[in-house]
Design a protein around this ligand. Sequence first.
Ligand SMILES: Nc1ncnc2c1ncn2[C@@H]1O[C@H](COP(=O)(O)OP(=O)(O)O)[C@@H](O)[C@H]1O
Ligand SMILES: C[C@@](O)(CCOP(=O)(O)O)CC(=O)O
Ligand SMILES: [Mg+2]
Length: 419
Amino acid sequence: MVLPFLTSAPGKVIIFGEHSAVYNEPAVAASVSALRTYMLVTQTDSNAVELDFPDIGFSHAWSRHEFDHILKDERNTTILQEARHNVRELSPELTSLLDSLHSELKKSMFHHAAFCFTYLYICLCPNVKGIKFSVRSTLPIGAGLGSSASVSVNLAMAMAKLGGLITGTKGLTLQDKKLINDWAFIGEKCMMGTPSGIDNAVSTYGNAVLFKREIDGTTNFEFVEDFPQIPMILTYTKIPRSTKTLVANVRELLSNHPNLVRPILVAMGQLATRGAEILNSLDNGNYNELLELVRVNHGLLVALGVSHPGLEIVRALSDTMELGSTKLTGAGGGGCALTILNKDTSEKLVTEFKSKLEKTHDYATYQTDLGGIGCSLLLNDCISEDKLELILKIFNHNEDKALIDELLLPGKCSLSWIF
Ligand SMILES: Nc1ncnc2c1ncn2[C@@H]1O[C@H](COP(=O)(O)OP(=O)(O)O)[C@@H](O)[C@H]1O
Ligand SMILES: C[C@@](O)(CCOP(=O)(O)O)CC(=O)O
Ligand SMILES: [Mg+2]
């Protein structure tokens, strides 16, 4: 594999069914292909394996010796073989072998990112050394827009490419995408424990999907054809939270009150199924029902305890101004809210809504299209010398997000990404 090369994967918005998706209920999500994570893979002089995650202030280099310790011990052969064939569950044995590689990070917020990195590395490209993986994202991180999944998709794609597991050269084949999605799911497992798999699926395949996880751990999804551009606003409250904690809280609530919580999850699945039907044939006749489902979905999420006073500000303002229906999106507890606008909402009202959120509460708002390009790859022979210089600047000097978009956004920039 000729270095350097780049990978990229988008964030997502869950329209219906966050949290209930973890319990095998259907959910609807779409990619936000303009908000993405990028990964640059470069050769280094050392023998080490390095990661550089400047967006979260984390970088680390492991000497090859640390991995050899695991890889060259014959007692580990079966453990490694089994882990490399299991894309449903993490191997507890491999997990404990990898522990020594990040023991000093155990109490830090970077532990899960490091675990995800080393797990995918040892499974997908263990023979590669003298290499650095640098990540930059235009997505808000820990905000409910699937940044963890987009990092997992990038790592899975880059490492599978380095391990010779990706076959497409002119475009990613369906088989390539399946492999990327499977390993990104394992990456999400390292990050947060019990993902549904919806985030990595949308980040890999792009577009909009009706997703369902089955009891045996397999996943089913169908694309929502002709996904309509719904007028909407995404509001980022900037309130930090962790998906892992919120998902664990819901699990505890379910275990304490199964008879109360189970029907809530089932109702969320029902409304996701109906939501997908409406989105497949959205018109004036069913638009208000879509808004109603958004309102009900938010209410059920409140009942699960995953809203936050900061999210309720957005919901209450959209209700007071009567401009649309708001629900939290992603794991909640802070992060982002999604407001679907009423049909007749004026530009003036939208401006007033956004300006109140931004000026009074210091929130950020995005008006972005949903759907579009999933994961993508920029091969070395498509990167000219002058473009490479600019790309290195972006990754080495923490250039701002507008510059990243201008230079790298697939479908908008002049680079020949394949997807
Ligand atoms: N650009 C990035 N660089 C490094 N790590 C990232 C990046 N984006 C996300 N992550 C990882 O994902 C975690 C956030 O994931 P999560 O809590 O699931 O929120 P979300 O997926 O909604 O953004 C971060 O703590 C970090 O470990
Ligand atoms: C809460 C959940 O439904 C979505 C989490 O999304 P995010 O990490 O908050 O972007 C969990 C999942 O489906 O894996
Ligand atoms: Mg996440």
